[in-house]
Design a protein around this ligand. Structure first.
Ligand code: BTN
Length: 262
């Protein structure tokens, strides 16, 4: 099916009430933010998709390779959620995307906080999620960016092949990007409907993850924390059991050092 504005809006998703589909753009994240901060600010469910991104961005200021064939999208969210609960959005999105990818036949699992990986040992990254808030206090919004390496060859991604995966490499076939988008939107919208019942989202997160129980090294604020990822906190934070005690990590870059069973 063709990926164009009309087809995307026809999905009928509350997360695609208004859509832009670009052939090429710097970053869907920047474009969605531009729409959100506009006057009037774009409503909940304003979705920006691009077939190619020339300046795709990842977490922690990294670049995100976005050649043709991937699903590169950002959506403006205006959720009925107090600001202090906004961090719930990323784990909920990770659960939704994991479910969508698994339904397509890929054994994707969540690496804390919100990467989707496949494969053994350190795993290969199939999808990244980036949530950025803005407009506080009067025009508060979150731009949620999702990048799925879909119909792409691993070598096109500009990262070592042992670190990245694509749906093409995993399934041995290409997928319909509109269908994938529809499924991702439906699943994350379902999880967003449970943000006030976050324990249920976290239960699913736990059943879909691959970080807990393993040795991790976490970089945060220039500090390194090394230990065993022991559990999730009630807001999705990671507890790391170190030699000197339990450290609570809200944000950071996690390296899996070893994980029993993978
Ligand atoms: C990460 O894992 O570091 C997050 C990657 C997020 C990439 C997506 S692709 C669509 C959207 N536009 C961007 O520039 N980034 C996000």
């Amino acid at each position: 099916m063709v990926l164009n504005r009309r087809a995307v809006e026809a999905l009928g998703s509350p997360l695609a009430v208004r859509a832009e589909v670009h052939e090429e753009i710097g970053s869907t994240q920047e474009r969605a933010r531009e729409l959100a901060v506009g006057d009037p600010g774009a409503p909940h469910g304003t979705l920006v998709v691009s077939k190619v991104q020339t300046g795709g961005r990842g977490r922690l200021g990294r670049s995100w390779g976005s050649p043709g064939g991937g699903l590169w999208m950002s959506v403006v969210l205006r959720l009925d959620l107090p600001l202090h609960l906004a961090p719930r959005v990323t784990p909920a999105a990770a659960v939704g995307v994991a479910k969508a990818l698994r339904e397509m036949g890929v054994d994707a699992r969540i690496k804390w906080p919100n990467d989707l990986l496949v494969g053994g040992a350190g795993g290969r990254k199939l999808c990244g999620i980036l949530a950025e808030a803005g407009g506080y206090p009067s025009n508060h919004f979150i731009v949620l960016g999702i990048g799925v390496n879909a119909n792409v060859d691993q070598r096109e991604l500009g990262a070592p092949p042992q670190k990245v995966a694509t749906l093409r490499s995993e399934l041995g076939r290409d997928v319909d990007l509109l269908e994938l988008l529809g499924s991702v939107l439906a699943k994350i919208d379902f999880e967003f409907g449970r943000l006030h019942d976050f324990g249920a989202v976290l239960d699913d997160w736990r059943s879909l993850e691959r970080t807990l129980g393993g040795r991790v090294r976490v970089q945060r604020f220039g500090q390194v924390v090394e230990g065993t990822a022991s559990d999730l906190g009630p807001e999705g934070q990671l507890f790391v059991q170190t030699e000197t005690g339990v450290v609570e990590v809200f944000e950071g870059d996690v390296e899996h050092l070893r994980h029993e069973g993978f």
